[in-house]
Design a binder for this molecule. Sequence first.
Ligand SMILES: Nc1ncnc2c1ncn2[C@@H]1O[C@H](COP(=O)(O)OP(=O)(O)OP(=O)(O)O)[C@@H](O)[C@H]1O
Length: 266
Amino acid sequence: MENFNNMKVMDIKNFSFTYAGASKPSLKNINLPIYEGKVTALIGPSGCGKSTLLRSLNRIHDLYPGNKYEGEILLKNFQTSEMENILEFKKENELINLRQRVGMIFQKPTPFPMSIYDNIAYGLRLKGIKSKSELDARVEDALKGGALWNEVKDRLNDDARGLSGGQQQRLCIARAIAVEPEVLLMDEPTSALDPISTLAIEELVTQLKDKVTIAIVTHNMQQASRISDYTAYMYLGELIEFGETTQIFLNPKEKHTADYIAGKFG
Ligand SMILES: Nc1ncnc2c1ncn2[C@@H]1O[C@H](COP(=O)(O)OP(=O)(O)OP(=O)(O)O)[C@@H](O)[C@H]1O
């Protein structure tokens, strides 16, 4: 595996996580690479820790105090090519910066209560971009990247909450990619959407791989096999098996993985 090291954008090492006030850890000694420019799916039965792991990758848990992290979560710094341990970040601005580098898409779309244009421009302005022409260009690029431009280009000043659920989710993806993250985390991004909107998001995920590394939690086995390059199968807070998606689905090494994929439980 040594040769793969420079292809990792994140590397999770001996990682355990315990929620504030919980008597035992929800994640136990996880070791998992996230490869650059690939889609990694996290699968496993309800309660196995998929969302907890995903939410650790940009420290979004820290919005609530008292959770315990152990081990390391390394993130590649594209300026220096060094791997930095994000668990050592302490200052508020380090965490804000981390969440721009490792963006997040939630189950339900979360547009800001403002215009379509401002939803995208908000993060860009925070990054210090003030020029109207640059903002216009970056908003257009992001909406094109989110496969939404053609549907909204004539109503950029409309309230984003007037868009359909699927459009809102693509807006959230456009908003996340506008600030050029290294990694995009997606927590069941299609579970609240109809089948047509789901397909649009799946297609978008496979197109986005050229720009950003993606880690996605999904309950939908077909979705994992359609869109991911690598799959991690988790059970009761542990990583049972990780490998290329074709191997995990067609030739799993662990019986536990095979049983889950065959629908015997979960
Ligand atoms: N805020 C919390 N405080 C304490 N325990 C929690 C909290 N959130 C989740 N847990 C526990 O952590 C474990 C992992 O939950 P998590 O939501 O990560 O699982 P999941 O695999 O994403 O499940 P699902 O597929 O149902 O969303 C579960 O045992 C859950 O009860």
